[in-house]
Write a protein that binds this ligand. Structure first.
Ligand code: GLU
Ligand code: MG
Length: 432
C-alpha cells in the first residue's frame, strides 16, 4: 500500500529532465525492458520546439532503460501523491547503447579514464539557487536561513531520504540566494545526484508556495548563480593522488596534467558547461565566477581553483584536496558537464608535451600577475565556434550528438535574439 507510481527520466541537451510515467504495477517490467522513447527528443530547445538542423526527425525509436541505482522516492503528503523517479540511459530498442545518450557519454568517459590511467574520479556538484517568495534578508544571515524554514529542513530530510547525501545548506550572498552541497561520490552518482537535486529543489519549492530558480542570473548585473564541480583522483586502493606537498600549489604531477587538459580545452568546454544564451554574462571578471582561464590556489576568480584544506580536528590535507571547475551552471546537463571535464582532463594526462605544465598561480597573485591570462568566450556563440574549432573536443562526440547539440544551442540563441539582456535573463530564469 502507498507504493507510488513511477517516472523514468533522462536529462536532455537543454538540461531539461524529461521522460515517461508508468503505474506502480508495471515496476518490474519497466526495470527489465524500459519504456519507449524517441531520438528527436534530443533536439528540443529549452524554450520549446525542435531545433532546425537536429540530426533526428520523425522516424526512429529508443528505450529509456532505468538504472535501479538512481532510484529515489518522493514521499506522498496529504495533498500530493508520491513518485518513484528513476534515471535512465537512452538505448537502442534492443537495449544496446545509443551513441547520442548524454548519460552513456559520461559512462564511456569514466570507463576510458579508468582504463587509460588506472585512476578513479571522485566528484560532486555544488549548487547555488534563488528562492523567490521570501522576505529580503542579509547575505549569509541566520534570518535568511530561518525565513527559508520549513523549506530548508524539509529539503535536507528529503535529500537524505533520497540518498543524495546533503552536506551543507546555507544562505548565500546574492538576493534570495542559497547553496546546497552534497557529499563527493563516484562520477556517475555525482552527476545523477545533480540531475535529481535540481528537480527535488524545484518540486519542493512549488509544494511550499515558493519558486526556486537555478538560472545563472536573475538580472544582468546581479549576483551569479553557479554550479561548481569538485573533482579529485584516487588510485586503485582509494589513495588520493592529486596532492603532493612538494609541488606548486601542492598539486601533484598527474593533477597538473589533468588541469592542463581542462585549461587547454576551456573555451570548448564552456559550450557544454555554461550553455544558455545568458551564461556568459555571469562568466566575467570581478564577479567571483570565473575571471579568466587559469589555475590558482584558493582564488574564486579562477577557472580551476585549488580548494583549501583544513587541519582542524587533526584532518589531513590529501583526502580533502580537490580541484573546483567554476565555469558551469545549471542550464547544462550534468552528465555532459562531468563527461567533458573527464575527457579534457584525460587528454591532458595522456597528451604529453602538447599539454605544457600549467602555471599554478598562488593565492597572493593579484591583477598585475593575472593580467595576461586568457579570457573565456564572451558569448555562447563564441563558445560554440571555439568548440567547432577544437578538433580534440569535437572528437569526443558522435557526429549526430555534436550536430544536434550545436543546432539546439543556436536555435535557443535565435529564439531569444530579439530580446535585450534583461528579457533574455528572465526568459532563461523562467525555464531553469
Ligand atoms: N555565485 C558565484 C558564481 O556565480 C560563486 C560564489 C562562490 O564562490 O560561492 O559562481
Ligand atoms: Mg557559493
Amino acid at each position: 500500500m502507498n507504493t507510488p507510481d513511477i517516472f523514468v527520466a533522462t536529462c536532455d541537451l537543454a538540461g531539461q529532465v524529461r521522460g515517461r510515467g508508468a503505474p506502480r504495477e508495471a515496476y518490474d517490467s519497466v526495470l527489465r525492458s524500459g519504456l519507449g522513447w524517441v531520438p528527436a527528443n534530443l533536439g528540443i530547445s529549452a524554450f520549446g520546439g525542435i531545433a532546425p538542423g537536429s540530426a533526428f526527425g520523425s522516424t526512429g525509436d529508443l528505450r529509456l532503460m532505468p538504472d535501479e541505482a538512481s532510484e529515489i522516492t518522493i514521499p506522498n503528503s496529504p495533498n500530493d501523491s508520491g513518485l518513484k523517479v528513476l534515471l535512465a540511459d537512452q538505448t537502442q530498442p534492443d537495449g544496446s547503447e545509443w551513441d547520442c545518450c548524454p548519460r552513456t557519454f559520461l559512462r564511456r568517459a569514466i570507463k576510458d579514464f579508468r582504463e587509460l590511467t588506472g585512476l578513479r574520479i571522485i566528484a560532486t556538484f555544488e549548487h547555488e539557487f534563488v528562492l523567490e517568495g521570501l522576505p529580503q534578508s542579509a547575505p549569509f544571515s541566520l534570518r535568511r536561513h530561518r525565513d527559508a524554514d520549513p523549506f530548508g529542513t524539509d529539503l535536507l530530510r528529503l535529500l537524505t531520504d533520497c540518498g543524495l547525501a546533503p552536506e551543507n545548506w546555507l544562505p548565500e550572498f546574492g538576493a534570495h540566494q542559497f547553496e546546497i552541497t552534497v557529499e563527493p561520490s563516484d562520477p556517475l552518482t555525482a552527476a545523477d545526484r545533480a540531475v535529481l537535486l535540481r528537480e527535488l529543489v524545484r518540486d519542493l519549492a512549488i509544494r511550499r508556495g515558493l519558486r526556486a530558480s537555478f538560472a545563472p542570473l536573475q538580472e544582468p548585473n546581479g549576483t551569479g548563480t553557479g554550479v561548481h564541480v569538485h573533482i579529485s583522483l584516487v588510485d586503485d586502493g582509494g589513495n588520493p593522488v592529486l596532492f603532493d606537498a612538494s609541488r606548486p600549489g601542492r598539486l601533484s604531477e598527474v593533477g597538473a596534467r589533468f588541469g592542463a587538459g581542462i585549461l587547454r580545452h576551456a573555451e570548448a568546454l564552456t559550450a557544454w558547461t555554461a550553455p544558455s544564451p545568458v551564461s556568459f554574462l555571469r562568466l566575467a571578471p570581478d564577479r567571483w565566477s570565473v575571471g579568466g582561464i587559469f589555475l590558482a590556489e584558493r582564488n574564486r576568480e579562477a577557472l580551476l581553483r585549488i580548494c583549501p584544506t583544513s587541519s582542524a580536528g587533526g584532518s589531513t590535507p590529501d583526502h580533502q584536496f580537490n580541484l573546483e571547475y567554476r565555469a558551469a551552471d545549471a542550464t547544462a546537463n550534468p552528465w555532459l558537464t562531468l563527461g567533458v571535464l573527464l575527457r579534457a582532463g584525460l587528454s591532458g594526462i595522456l597528451g604529453g608535451h602538447e599539454y605544457p605544465t600549467p602555471q599554478v598561480f598562488p593565492e597572493t597573485a593579484g591583477p598585475a600577475e593575472l593580467k595576461d591570462v586568457p579570457q573565456l568566450p564572451r558569448t555562447l556563440e563564441d563558445a560554440l565556434l571555439a568548440l567547432e574549432k577544437d578538433q580534440t573536443a569535437t572528437s569526443w562526440f558522435h557526429p549526430d550528438l555534436l550536430t544536434t547539440y550545436l543546432a539546439v544551442k543556436r536555435y535557443e540563441l535565435a529564439q531569444l535574439s530579439s530580446l535585450d539582456d534583461s528579457a533574455r535573463v528572465r526568459a532563461v530564469s523562467d525555464v531553469y
